[in-house]
Design a protein around this ligand. Structure first.
Ligand code: T3D
Length: 279
């Protein structure tokens, strides 16, 4: 069993894993990325966003990582932009106060959505603004029963970012998406599951075990097939049927030639459980 635990090095700064704004733990093919500013409900500062992007890029590029879990420490998953830092930056900004969207949120969103392995958002608590956007870019969203959710953006007179205009309407439909963006309110986990925002809601006491079980199953699965499914589903959201069929055919050729496909069909015929390699 391999296990690496710590923070992603950030500008050479020496911080202990406990103090780092983002923690990175790797064990048994699962990279767990933990937003780690619990006293600030894991609100995102520039340091936190830079560390998150580095962590996501590390997980994306490491072939030994076969599942990524994004979660938060303390009582929050993530409440989006740190508004204390934001106010300071507004006070000193020139005519372009929100450059962090292009500089940080956009690359974070693209890395999260396109990495060639499955991503679980383990939503341990309150989730708002760009925090909700991050969760919506994951493939599975597993939440504690006590979690609550708000888009938040319009509440502070902002538009919406980190892909939420793209993801939210695909998850809950355009009518509900417009309601939740124009009229932000706290919704509980039961409602979030009912409208299609969540994959599963788990009693708080069972949450860690439920996430671990699901992550372990994905990490032991056919990673190349998962990556291809991710890419195909995303591709089809903006493609014609004809283009989607072509894209699917390419991915079927790729996965049809993979080691895991041969392992799976051989195991099926031998009535055995396949042991996937991820390739
Ligand atoms: O350039 C750019 O920055 C653009 C990027 C924008 C991306 C975004 O994410 S915009 C959206 C930012 N997020 C919000 O607007 C959410 C604001 N927070 C809330 O609405 C509520 O706090 C929650 C619904 C998330 C949680 O409510 P509750 O009742 O559980 O907690 P609370 O009492 O409101 O908050 C607890 C503390 O956390 C409190 O501080 P205090 O009084 O104990 O010192 C509160 O100020 C602080 N807090 C909550 N959210 C943020 C925050 N501090 C900084 N930034 C926050 N986002």
């Amino acid at each position: 069993m391999s296990h690496i635990s710590g923070q992603i090095p950030l500008n050479g700064a020496m911080t202990s894993p406990q103090e780092a704004p983002v923690r990175y733990d790797l064990a048994d093919g699962i990279a767990t990325i933990t937003l780690n500013r619990p006293d600030a409900l894991n609100a995102l500062t520039v340091d936190a966003k830079e560390a998150l992007l580095t962590a996501l890029q590390t997980a994306a590029q490491d072939e030994s990582v076969r599942c990524v879990v994004l979660t938060g420490s303390g009582r929050a998953f993530c409440v989006g932009q740190d508004l204390r830092e934001h106010v300071e930056q507004l006070a000193t900004a020139n005519d372009k106060p929100l450059t962090t969207v292009r500089d940080h949120y956009n690359p974070i969103a693209l890395t999260l959505a396109t990495m060639p392995k499955p991503v679980i958002a383990a939503i341990n608590g309150v989730t708002a603004g760009a925090g909700l956007s991050l969760a919506m870019l994951a493939d599975l969203r597993i939440a504690t029963a006590s979690a609550k959710f708000t888009t938040a953006f319009a509440g502070i007179a902002l538009s919406c970012d980190t892909g939420s205009s793209w993801t939210l309407q695909r998850l809950v439909g355009p009518t509900k998406a417009m309601e939740l963006l124009l009229e932000p309110r706290n919704i509980d986990a039961a409602e979030a599951e009912r409208i299609g925002l969540l994959t599963a809601v788990v009693p708080d006491d069972d949450f860690a075990e439920a996430v671990a079980k699901r992550a372990a199953a994905l990490a032991a699965g056919p990673t190349l097939a998962y990556a291809s499914i991710r890419a195909a589903v995303h591709n089809s959201t903006t493609s014609s049927l004809a283009d989607s069929l072509e894209f699917e055919a390419d991915k079927m050729t790729l996965t049809g030639n993979s080691s895991d496909h041969k392992i799976a069909v051989d195991a099926f015929l031998a009535k055995q459980k396949p042991l996937f390699t991820g390739r």
